[in-house]
Structure formats: structure tokens, C-alpha cells
Design a protein around this ligand. Structure first.
Ligand SMILES: [Zn+2]
Ligand SMILES: [Zn+2]
Length: 265
């Protein structure tokens, strides 16, 4: 299994997941030109995409989903709530999925789960293949047990670390937006993300990517310091922490050790 982060944050989200020849775009929240460029960067032909998976209908997640689906004949998988968005309503390649109801696209099994966020039927995704397990979940106001259970036993977890409470408090956002971000249907703070990883205990993910980071209310330093400290205190200092970039391809992960990958060529 391989995962690339192509963009992550309120300016647009997009990840590419590959496993045993199955290619999935997770979120499609940048303009179609960017998506094409990102895929070229990963050497993936858009016509080879097997699906576009969408967590919810905010535009930083679905911006060009319909255009990409129409241009390259790619099926879209999302909750009925997300598929009710005007750009997706009459899409005949749309497949409705339900929280806690596993489905398969090619070689990848996907387990969608409900998250608390201010949108209709928002989801997170857990991916399982013969060789690896990964999870992508951003845009959630807090981590209920129903989400927490899906964060254990992973090779890679992509988790939101949206804001530092003090930077949010002192920052430029109007009061209503500050309470929306920090609310139970808003976004995860660094401390909340750190605790969620810490609670996985001896089933902690090997690697964690911190995503959907606010450009105004957070910094790489704040997130890494807060979450790193929490993990060390819980004896999880070995978990590898990395930070995604907002607008360009940044991180890459493969479940296959590098030596094995090289020997394939
Ligand atoms: Zn978002
Ligand atoms: Zn959102």
C-alpha cells in the first residue's frame, strides 16, 4: 500500500492511495488542473483511478470531484449526505456508502466511519489490504469512542491537527469562527490529536501524518511539540510524526520496505 499527500488544509485536500494496482483519490478539493498535475507527479494516469472517495461536502474536499469523475469516468464513493451536494446530485457514477458498512474497491477494503463535523453525514476512512492498514480522518470536532476504535492497529494514520488553542484565541478570526473551529463539530486541536494517538497505547500507529493544519492558527513547530510531548509521556516516542504541506505534494509512505521496492525493478 502506498499513500501520497497532494494537498491538505482549508485551501484544499487530496490524497492518493494505491494498493495492488488499485488507485483511489481520497478527497478532490483542488481545481482539476492541480489534480492532473499532482497525478502526473505521482506518475498515475487519471484514467487509471478506480474511485474518488469523499469524506464530506465542504468545498475544500469536493471542489473538482464531479469534473474529474466526468472527465475520466471515475466512480465517486460518498455518504448520501455528501451526494446531496448540488454538484453531485445527478452524478450517475455516484455510489452511496454508509458508516460502519465495509465496501471494496478493487484490492482495497474501505471502512467508512461517522465523524462529528458541521456538515451532512461526514465520514472518515479506514483502508485495509492484504499487506497494510491506513486511516485518513480530518475535519472532526472531537474524537468519540466510535472514531477512536478505528485509530488502533494501523501502519499509517493521517489525522487532523488543526489548531493551537492559544494561537486561535489570539488570531485574526472573528469570534463566531473561533467558536466554530473549536466547537464539537469543528476541528481537532493539537492536544486533542495527541491524546487520540496516545489512547491507542500499545496498538499505536507506526507513523502519523498531521493534516488539515490551519495556516493562521497553528504551525509545524506547535503541532510537533505538543503532540510529540504527549506521545513521549505515554511511552510512544517511537511513533514517527510528520506534517503535511498545504498546497503541494509533500509526504509519501509505502508499506513495502525500500529494499523490497528496489528489488522489484
Ligand atoms: Zn476541510
Ligand atoms: Zn469540513
Amino acid at each position: 500500500m502506498q499513500l501520497w499527500t497532494l494537498a491538505s488544509g482549508s485551501s484544499g485536500n487530496c490524497f492518493l492511495l494505491e494498493s495492488e494496482g488499485t488507485h483511489l483519490l481520497v478527497e478532490c478539493g483542488r481545481p482539476i488542473g492541480d489534480i492532473r498535475r499532482y497525478l502526473a507527479h505521482c506518475r498515475v494516469d487519471p484514467r487509471a483511478l478506480d474511485g474518488i472517495l469523499l469524506t464530506h461536502a465542504h468545498s475544500d474536499h469536493i471542489k473538482s470531484a464531479r469534473e474529474v469523475s466526468d472527465a475520466y469516468g471515475v466512480p465517486i464513493f460518498a455518504s448520501l449526505g455528501t451526494l446531496g451536494h448540488p454538484t453531485l446530485r445527478d452524478c450517475d457514477r455516484a455510489h452511496a456508502i454508509t458508516a460502519e458498512d465495509r465496501f471494496r474497491v478493487g484490492e482495497v477494503e474501505v471502512l467508512p466511519f461517522a465523524v462529528p463535523h458541521d456538515c451532512v453525514e461526514p465520514l472518515g476512512f479506514r483502508f485495509e489490504s492484504a499487506t497494510a492498514r491506513a486511516c485518513v480522518t480530518t475535519d472532526l470536532g472531537w474524537v468519540p469512542e466510535s472514531v477512536q476504535q478505528h485509530l488502533s492497529g494501523l501502519d499509517l494514520l493521517v489525522l487532523e491537527a488543526n489548531y493551537d488553542p492559544q494561537l486561535l484565541h489570539e488570531g485574526p478570526y472573528p469570534a463566531f469562527l473561533k467558536s466554530r473551529v473549536a466547537g464539537n463539530r469543528g476541528h481537532l486541536s493539537n492536544a486533542e490529536a495527541g491524546l487520540a494517538v496516545a489512547r491507542t497505547g500499545d496498538r499505536a500507529p507506526r507513523e502519523v501524518w498531521l493534516g488539515h493544519m490551519s495556516e493562521q492558527n497553528n504551525s509545524h513547530g506547535h503541532a510537533l511539540e505538543t503532540i510529540g510531548r504527549t506521545l513521549k509521556r505515554r511511552g510512544l516516542g517511537h511513533v514517527r510524526l510528520r506534517v503535511t504541506h498545504h498546497r503541494k505534494p509533500s509526504l509519501y509512505w509505502s508499506s513495502t520496505p525500500r529494499e523490497e521496492q528496489l528489488s522489484l525493478f
